[in-house]
Design a protein. Structure first.
Length: 220
């Protein structure tokens, strides 16, 4: 379950394929599965950092549709953990495939850590020469997702990633930028975008930092 150009300049990653996506694989065309129901938000977020043309939500969603289906374009879409995973919440006594703290709590178990290391080593170490930017959906509470992802990638690539700002890091080959998650609830997305009354919201600073880091990667 990966889309776009496997040799792309920009890789866009979620955390893991959810159970809904895995179930859809047997029922619908592959190119319709990614971000199903959330492509307008994907377009808004990527437009904010300069990777999709500004426009209406409809035009930005249409741009995402084209990018996902284009096998020779500038973009590749996938996930950090390439399989569908869940963790057992001891407090609620139930299995979860998403939610706050998913990455750090998943990798806190020996099996989860092994899965994460294997996926990162296979998909984010020997990157195509054309790949200069990795955009990752999600920052985590207090940026815990950013820290855990940076640690995983640093370990797998064999060198410490350098911090660019609070949402981005790099080595000599690739820049990794974390953006708001496309399925974030409530006002988190407009706050990150700095839309309307949220123009000066503290969370909008992360959106500006992400845009700066994307520009930095493009200009390298």
């Amino acid at each position: 379950m990966a889309w776009g150009n496997p040799g792309a300049a920009v890789i866009v990653l979620g955390f893991s394929k959810g159970q809904t996506q895995a179930g859809d694989l047997s029922r619908m065309p592959h190119d319709q599965i990614a971000y199903k129901g959330n492509r307008p938000n994907v377009g808004r977020i990527l437009a904010h950092v300069g990777l999709v043309p500004k426009g209406t939500r409809e035009s930005q969603a249409a741009a995402v549709n084209r990018m996902i289906a284009d096998r020779n374009g500038l973009f590749h879409f996938g996930s950090l953990i390439r399989c569908s995973v869940e963790r057992y919440d001891l407090g609620k006594r139930e299995w979860k495939g998403s939610g706050g703290g998913m990455l750090d709590k998943f990798t806190a178990t020996p099996f989860g850590a092994e899965v994460a290391r294997n996926c990162v080593a296979k998909h984010l170490v020997n990157l195509p020469k054309a790949t200069k930017l990795v955009v990752m959906f999600g920052m985590g509470a207090d940026q815990n997702y950013i820290r855990e992802a940076c640690s995983l990638i640093s370990e797998a690539r064999g060198n410490r990633m350098r911090e660019i700002n609070q949402v981005a890091y790099e080595d000599d080959h690739v820049t990794v930028v974390h953006v708001e998650h496309f399925a974030s609830q409530g006002d988190l997305i407009p706050q990150w975008l700095g839309e309307g009354k949220y123009r000066d919201h503290p969370r909008s600073a992360f959106g500006r930092l992400a845009r700066h880091a994307v520009n930095h990667a493009i200009e390298r």
